[in-house]
Design a protein around this ligand. Sequence first.
Ligand SMILES: [Zn+2]
Length: 468
Amino acid sequence: MRITLLMVPLFGLALSAQGPVQPDWAKVDEETMRHFQAVLRMDSTDPPGREKEVADYLQQVLEKEGIPVQVFAKEAHRPNVVARLKGNGAKRPLLLMAHTDTVNVDPAKWTHPPFGAVRDGGYVYGRGTVDDKDNVAATLMVMLMLKRLNVPLERDVIALFEAGEEGSTSIGIQFMANEHFDAIDAEFCYAEGGSVTRVGGAVKYASVQTVEKIPRAITVTARGVAGHGSVPLESNALAHLGEAVGKIATWTPPMRLNETTAAYFKRLATVSTPEEAERYRALLSPDPKISGPADDHMRKHEPRHWSMLRTSLSPTIIGGGYRTNVIPSEGTATIDTRLAPDESADEFLELVRKVVSDPQVEVTYGARDTRPPTAPMKLDSDAFKAIEANITKHYQTVTLPTMSTGATDMAFLRRKGIQCYGIGPATDSEDGPKGFGAHSDQERILESELFRFVRFNWDAVVELARAR
Ligand SMILES: [Zn+2]
C-alpha cells in the first residue's frame, strides 16, 4: 500500500502523455453505488428542502479523505457545501456543481419506494436518480479520486453541492453567487443541464447546454363595461381577452439563431434521417422561402425545436368573471414567455402589443423569478473541447451545443463571468413516455450509465485541470 501511494504521483507524471494513472474502476463503481444509494435514501424534497442530511453526509465523506470543506447556510437546515482541491495556480479554477434537493413525490405513483434506492433489472430507482443526485455522486467521486491519486492540478477543482435548486435559489445559488462568490469563483463550471440520448438502447447524440432562454411572464389584462349577461356588449372584457390570447398563441415571433442553436441544428442533421437533416439544414438558410416551411414543420411536429428558434409565448393561466349573469369589467391572462438570449425585452413587448392591437387590452410584464440573460458560452474553450473529446471517447457520438428552453442555476454563474457547460448521463428516450425521468411520476437511471457518467466526468475534469 505504501509503495502504491508513493508510486502514484510518479506514474501520474510519467504517464502524462496519456493522462494520469487510472483509478481502479471496479472499486470506483462499487463506491459510486454506495454513495449514490446513501444520498438517494435521504429525503431532500424541496419544498420544504431538507438538504442538511445530504450536506452532512458529503461533508463527512470529503473530510474523512482530507479534503477541506466549507459550509455556507442562509438557513441552517439548508446548507451549501464547498470542497476545494488546490492546484498550482497556473490557471483559474474549475467548478463542479450539483444540487442536493429534489422535486416532490407522490408515493402512490411509485412501484419502488421513492427513497429506497432499489436496484432492479440494471436500474436504480428513486427520486433524484437523474436530477440531480447522479451529478452529486459523480462530483463526489471525482473529488475523492483526484485526492487519492494525488493528481497534480494546474487549477483548483472546486465542488459546490448546492441547496434549493428546485425553486428556492435565494438560499442556494443566489446566496452563493451574491454573498460567497469568492468560495466558488472559477473560469469554468460543469453542472447539470446536458444529456446523452439513447434510442433503442444505442446512443444517438449528446447535448451540452451552453446557453438558456430567459423566463419572463407577460400579463394580458382586458377591460370593458360591466353589465347584465342578458344584454351582450361589444366591449365584453372576456371576449377581448380571449381574442388577444388567441392572437398571441397563434403568432410566430421572428426567428433568431445564435452560435449555439446554429451549431445544434447543423450537427443534429449529421445524425438524422435524410428528410430530417434536410429540414434542420433548411432552418439555417437566410432565405425565408427555404427556412419558412421547415420552421412550420417544427411548430407542428417538433415544438421544442420551434421554441429553440425564437422567443416563445405560451398562455398558461386565464381568469375573469364570477357569475353567469354578470359581464365582468376585467379579465387577465398570463403568458409564459421565454426570451431568446439576445432578445430585447422591451422591444419584444412592443411587438406583442402590436399583435394584440386592441385599446381595451393592456400588455405588460408581470412578476416572476427570472434569470439574468447571458450570451452563449464559447464553443472553442478548453472546457468545451475537454467535454466534446470525452463524449467522443466514452459515448462515440456527436456533441450538440444546446440552448435550454428552460432555466438553470448556471445563469447566475454565467452572469458572474464563469463559462458554464451543462452535462448529464445517458438516458433512454423511451423512458420519458413511460413515466420515468426528471420531475416525472417515477425516476430511474441505468446503473451502467451512472458508471459511464462517472468515467466521463473523471476524464473531462482531469483533461481540463491536470498539470502537464
Ligand atoms: Zn436539477
